[in-house]
Structure formats: structure tokens, C-alpha cells
Design a protein around this ligand. Structure first.
Ligand SMILES: [Cu+2]
Length: 164
């Protein structure tokens, strides 16, 4: 008899505990749930939103274009200009590195250095090795040592003439 009782106690408790657990989330006020979800998102937006300008030379304007437009797989010409917004002067002597990458795992990024071809003008050729959505990252080390980073999306790159 004792053995039977010992067995019956846990088997009786278990369903109760399960019911209590399943009831707990809906008893939270809806507004509280919304706040608890919205707050981390808001903090993340502030942190991420601040990143590009923090130490990234916000007064330096980077303009760039790619050829062909729209871009296709194969060699892609990238022209960049750096301008100081406060003076309107071109920024000479920057070291610019381009990184082409895609959002899927296992993708090897393509790295290229740009060379200065005129005052504040830089050029590079980057090989877009696959069709799909590319992201071009530009990292420019300015003459004063600050590092400027910008990103350009190249979505939907189509297969070019070389048929890659
Ligand atoms: Cu890829």
C-alpha cells in the first residue's frame, strides 16, 4: 500500500504543475509584455544607430559609383570621392580598402585596395564572384589617422557576360 501511495503522489502533482506553468504567461499584462520586448529593440537601435558616426569622421563625405550599373558578376569598377563637407575640399592621401561580401555563410570576402587617381578621387576594381546580394564595405584611413567606414548594398547582382 505504501508503495502505491508513493507512486500516486508525484503522478498527481505533475499535471497540476503543468497547468500552472501554462497559465502563467497569459496572466502578464499585455502592455508589460510589449514594453519588455520593445525596450531591448530600442536600446539596440540606439547603439547601432550611433555606431557609424562615432569616430567615423562624420564631416567626410564619401560618394561612390559602380560600373556597370546595375552591377553584374565579374570585374566591377568602383569610383570613390572623399570630400570634407566643412571646407568643400577633396581629401587626399587616404588609404582605402574595399571589402565585397555576401550575407550567406561560407562566403569568402573579396578584398581590394583603391588607388588615388586624382585629388580626392580613388578607384578600384573588385571581382563580384557570384550572383546575388552583395554588400560593399569601404574602409578609408584618413591622413589624420581616423578610420571612416561606409557600406553600400548591391542587391540582386546578376550573372554577367563571363557567365560565372
Ligand atoms: Cu556568395
Amino acid at each position: 500500500m505504501r508503495g502505491a501511495r508513493a507512486w500516486s503522489v508525484p503522478s498527481k502533482r505533475r499535471p497540476e504543475a503543468a497547468v500552472v506553468r501554462s497559465r502563467t504567461p497569459p496572466t502578464l499584462p499585455d502592455s508589460l509584455v510589449k514594453v519588455s520586448l520593445a525596450l531591448p529593440v530600442a536600446i539596440w537601435l540606439v547603439v547601432v544607430g550611433c555606431q557609424p558616426s562615432a569616430g567615423a569622421a562624420p564631416e567626410i563625405e564619401l560618394a561612390w559609383s559602380v560600373q556597370p550599373e546595375p552591377p553584374r558578376t565579374g570585374p566591377t569598377f568602383v569610383a570613390l570621392t572623399l570630400t570634407d563637407r566643412t571646407t568643400g575640399e577633396p581629401v587626399e592621401g587616404a588609404q582605402i580598402r574595399l571589402e565585397g561580401t555576401m550575407s550567406h555563410p561560407g562566403m569568402k570576402p573579396v578584398l581590394e585596395d583603391a588607388r588615388q587617381t586624382a585629388s580626392g578621387r580613388y578607384e578600384a576594381s573588385i571581382d563580384l564572384t557570384m550572383a546575388g546580394d552583395w554588400i560593399l564595405l569601404v574602409e578609408a584611413t584618413l591622413p589624420d589617422g581616423r578610420i571612416l567606414q561606409r557600406q553600400k548594398d548591391l542587391p540582386g547582382v546578376q550573372t554577367g557576360e563571363s557567365g560565372i
